[in-house]
Design a protein around this ligand. Sequence first.
Ligand code: FUL
Length: 489
Amino acid sequence: MRFFRKILPVFLVLTAGFIFAQDPPQPYGALPSARQLAWHQVQVYGLVHFTPTTFENKEWGYGDADPKIFNPQQFDADKIVAAFKAGGLKGLVLVAKHHDGFALWPTKTAAYNISQSPFRDGKGDMVKEFEQACRKAGLKFGVYCSPWDRNNPVYGTQEYVKIYRQQLTELYTNYGELFMSWHDGANGGDGYYGGERATRKIDRSTYYGWDTTWAITRKLQPMANLFSDIGWDVRWVGNESGFAGETSWATFTPVPAKGMNEAIPGNLDHEFNPFGTRGGKNWVPAECDVPLRPGWFYHPEQKGKTKNPEQLFSLYLKSVGRGAGLDLGIAPDSRGLLDDEDVKALEGFGKLVDESFKNNLAQASTLRVSNKRSKSYKGQFLIDGSIDSYWATDDTVKIAQVNLTWTADQTFDLIKMSEYIPLGQRIDSVEVDAMINGSWTKIAAATSIGACRIILLNEPVKTTQLRFRITAPVCITMSELGVYKKASL
Ligand code: FUL
């Protein structure tokens, strides 16, 4: 008996611990994969365009440029990556081959590649140099290999599809772990094609056999997120202006274009991409791509047209702040370096984001939640700075409140929230009220939250009390919640 009296409390504590630990909410709807969860963490990255097309001052090389013109005498991947880092970018996707067909690595699949250029006396591998610079600086690395190839003599035949798959295989094998494999949607048309100077049309929905092609990606690079305008891991947002819809669900069911067959990839209606689909079939968050200057390639006449830090910050709010990723097109000039004005813009942008979000005023508040599932899912997790812990309500509680109270007035104009997305996109909407002159006044409302939702208020709010009213079709889970004062340069 004495033995049982001794052992019982230990048993109860252990069982309680077990129950708490075993009591997570059931997942809801489509869920992100491990590779997508890692992608959500990157948030802002850059897309580098640099081929003979730069030296021709064009946007789309025809495929006939003499490889000898590719001679960037001051090329320095470390310097370019340092500018990315200062901008707060956490990844770099290199256009290893654009539509002109020139490969920036010494591919065995086609003669039209960097070994024919004077760069590093024909012994260079620019993909390797970028990759190593990224690894040193702690940035993730990815590749864009254009399916359309205006140089290749066999483009349009099945032989080219094999070549394209081999090119991907080389890129997937020799450059370490990739976080993205980016596939643009521009396809087929006029080009040099080995001197034929012809127009070659392909059926973009069937020609590349994407199922087979992307099986190679999955096998060789399981952490590489497939980007394309037809979705897969990450969907194109549907514009090249850098913003998602104000409501943008990470879940997505492709919508066939009017009169088109859903079964055929490529026949999709991009109008739906900015918004996603509430309760959609798959987890496919949006990527918002936009060049830093008007063009994807560097053009000297676009000097003075670099987006300034405030414009970039506003795009950040409309992409990352809407649960999407921001992919900034950044292009070296013919020296092989970034223009000073681009370097400064990136630095200013990095500073604005850093300084705006460094002080979460909610951390100094007394935080109360109207319901919690158990101690393991307490409200305090909302302000612990970690996306791995989360607040959760009981299974039956689908409407709940979070209240923040301060002992003195706080002034802020940014509100940031993150759901615990490993359990799905659960929240339908949030409304935020501030206590102003003794009464609750609605200051903000949002629908999709997902990985990150940021709301910039029209003007700063001063208050000692804030209330979040949250609604979901199932019990609520939320990782982080913050209020901030936007910085200015
Ligand atoms: C598009 C391409 O046609 C542009 O040249 C650029 O590479 C952009 C990022 O994707 O599909």
